[in-house]
Design a protein around this ligand. Structure first.
Ligand code: SF4
Length: 254
């Protein structure tokens, strides 16, 4: 019998399939398997596979993952980190979110400093990395050209995000949104997952901005850990440490 973690079903080929398969996933193992087989966005399927076939010269010995990248981290997470989408030569190469790229280097070093990861680096799926009470996932699960998913692709992928939030709902206390795209992607989850109407007007994204509501995880903004932000000093390690300390305080993590 196939292991549940590696079991393959027919991948979702349409937005309707995504809705159905997301709703049917009874736990994160099933969800991760279903996400990994998804082919519902033709442009992103073509791009992720083209990148995987052509590769970057530095990674020519790698067999790229070339598929949607599921979430990573324990089901009993009190803190979630929500990104935009996998990087073409990062998650799309290694098969683990924020793994094997400069953004991940910054993020996992900070999680380690905060006591939320057992090691400061994230290189490959078998590198021994473990997160403590943190689950990381992206609003869009396939690497997009120029890191820019279309609104249609964002909406097609949303049921995977909503199901993931629903499955970790019992313990989840705060969602750290990396960047304005992730911040905006949280609002549709309110009615879909929690039966709560999004606030009007929507609170503005900002580094350290926080939105809280009874019965719903807090939403905490952070500048994205992209090279564009970290190389220019818009996001410093100290600023990221500050946001993670804020997340731990909201989640009640020592
Ligand atoms: S972006 Fe999401 S919905 Fe679209 S193909 Fe990838 S996993 Fe499926």
């Amino acid at each position: 019998m196939a292991d549940r973690g590696t079991r393959r079903r027919a991948g979702a080929g349409t937005p309707e399939d995504v809705v159905g398969q997301a709703a049917a996933a009874v736990d994160l193992v099933e969800l991760d398997g279903a996400v990994s087989g998804c082919r519902a966005c033709p442009r992103l399927v073509a791009w992720r596979e083209e990148v995987a076939a052509e590769k970057r010269a530095a990674f020519r010995d790698w067999t790229y993952w070339g598929r949607p990248v599921p979430g990573f981290g324990p089901a009993q997470a009190s803190i979630a980190v929500l990104g935009l989408a996998p990087a073409a030569h990062g998650g799309n190469r290694t098969g683990r979110i924020f793994t094997g790229d400069r953004s991940g280097d910054v993020l996992f070093a900070a999680l380690h400093r905060a006591g939320l990861a057992n090691q400061p680096t994230s290189e490959a799926r078998d590198d021994g990395l473990a997160l403590h009470g943190v689950r990381i996932f992206a609003a869009v699960r396939c690497a997009p050209p120029a890191n820019k998913p279309t609104p249609e692709e964002r909406d097609t992928c949303a049921p995977w995000l909503h199901r993931e939030l629903a499955l970790i709902r019992p313990t989840l206390r705060v969602v750290v949104a990396l960047g304005s795209f992730a911040w905006a992607a949280f609002w549709p989850a309110l009615p879909a997952v929690y039966g709560v109407r999004p606030p009007v007007p929507r609170p503005a994204f900002g580094h350290g901005a926080i939105w809280q509501h009874d019965g719903v995880p807090a939403l905490l903004g952070s500048y994205h850990v992209s090279q564009q932000n970290t190389f220019t000093g818009r996001l410093t390690p100290a600023m990221l440490d500050g946001v993670l300390a804020q997340a731990k305080a909201v989640a009640g993590v020592e």
